[in-house]
Design a protein around this ligand. Structure first.
Ligand SMILES: *Cc1c(COP(=O)(O)O)cnc(C)c1O
Length: 376
């Protein structure tokens, strides 16, 4: 369709600077492109055990009443989350995935006179929501690759140095995606003490349920102490409900009130509400998911030690390998083996591949495919 109008020039300036989010390649797309079947996708940090069985059962009820709008307040799910976490419902804001909540936070606290701070290699959604509202990106240098404990990790002094009078938001993913790196309790707490109280700090805990380390913080414990703190969580990862899109923010009730003002009225659908509520209660599935991931991480650590593969330290449900050469051809070669992983050149890591931890047999298949394409 031809037009004399330059629609990029017509867009607001922040959007002109945006690059669209690159999702993991869908299985169906690879089937169409290469005509192969039996594809293994380890590209989007999805749960290899599937969705919580309790959530699947709970879908039957809302399926009977699809003609009705969902509960726009999400009353029951918020009450269930509040009870589970020992908080008040008024502290919770539901989103169509936690990305939706991140977008609401940016719309409430940023505009073209303000800036958001986050780290190099941080989650790709932070620049998107920031630029979409015309705010300035302030990107802090991450730890260098030869750092003694946390290469590629968020560097808190560098983040703090980027905060000034224009800064209204700091985004921190703990653990971070796509690196898997994390911040310890004491360091992160000291950082929060240093941040001015009129700067909102978002701690994105999308993977928190997977983390076993005793020095890993639970940012919810700091909500009383820091009214400027927002914690985000999701049902997409350990609960296995990525396809339904549901996540939430936990904050001071006054902050939640602001977020609710920009929230679209029915942003979480009735299937997602029912499934998430049931999944919250599925302790057995959660336990099994953590065990599978812990064993899978160890399987990868062992394979890396055996093969001499380098990786970024991780506590998530994924591992990011340093291929020591351009990763794009390796990604393509893995696709031809029927294995989808995630190239992360768009994050400034063109030699790395991010791989989701799968079941034992999935990990074995991916490790073997990787050995093959690295040797070719
Ligand atoms: C996967 C992920 C999310 C979750 O996104 P949803 O919109 O809830 O599916 C949020 N933050 C990070 C860092 C992630 O990796």
């Amino acid at each position: 369709m031809q037009s004399n109008i330059d629609f990029q020039q017509l867009a607001v300036s922040g959007v002109q600077k945006l690059h669209p989010y690159q999702p993991g390649k869908p299985i169906e797309e690879l089937e169409r492109e290469l005509g192969i079947t039996n594809i293994l996708k380890l590209a989007s940090n999805e749960n290899p055990l599937g969705a919580s069985p309790k959530a699947q059962v709970a879908l039957a009820n809302p399926l009977k009443t699809l003609e009705l709008y969902p509960d726009g307040s999400g009353y029951q799910l918020k009450a269930a989350i509040a009870q589970k976490l020992g908080l008040q419902s008024a502290q919770i804001t539901l989103g169509n995935g936690s990305n939706d909540v991140l977008d609401m936070i940016a719309r409430v606290y940023l505009d073209n006179s303000r800036a958001a701070v986050f780290s190099e290699y941080a989650f790709a959604v932070y620049p998107i929501v920031t630029l979409a509202v015309g705010a300035e990106l302030r990107i802090a240098k991450a730890n260098p690759p030869d750092h003694h404990t946390m290469p590629y990790g968020h560097n808190l002094p560098n983040l703090a140095a980027k905060i000034d009078d224009k800064t209204r938001l700091v985004f921190i993913a703990n653990p971070n995606n796509p690196t898997g790196t994390w911040l310890g309790k004491d360091d992160l707490h000291r950082f929060l003490q240093r941040v001015p109280e009129d700067v909102i700090v978002v701690i994105d805990e999308a993977y928190t349920e997977y983390v076993q380390d005793a020095a890993f913080p639970n940012a919810l414990a700091w909500l009383e102490e820091f009214p400027n703190l927002i914690v985000t969580r999701t049902f997409s990862k350990i609960y296995g409900l990525a396809g339904l899109r549901v996540g939430y923010a936990i904050s001071n009730p006054a902050v939640a009130d602001m977020l609710n003002r920009v929230r679209q009225p029915f942003n979480v659908n009735s299937l997602a509400l029912a499934a998430a509520e049931a999944a919250l209660d599925d302790d057995e599935f959660l336990k099994h998911s953590v065990m599978t991931n812990t064993a899978g991480l160890q399987q990868w650590f062992d394979a890396c030690a055996e093969q001499g593969w380098e990786y970024i330290p991780t506590v998530g449900n994924f591992i990011t390998l340093d291929c020591k050469r351009p990763a794009a051809p390796l990604y393509d070669a893995l696709l031809r083996e029927g294995v989808i992983v995630r190239p992360i050149g768009a994050y400034g890591l063109p030699h790395h591949l991010r791989i989701t931890i799968g079941s034992e047999s999935q990990n074995t298949r991916c490790i073997n495919a990787l050995k093959k394409v690295l040797a070719a």
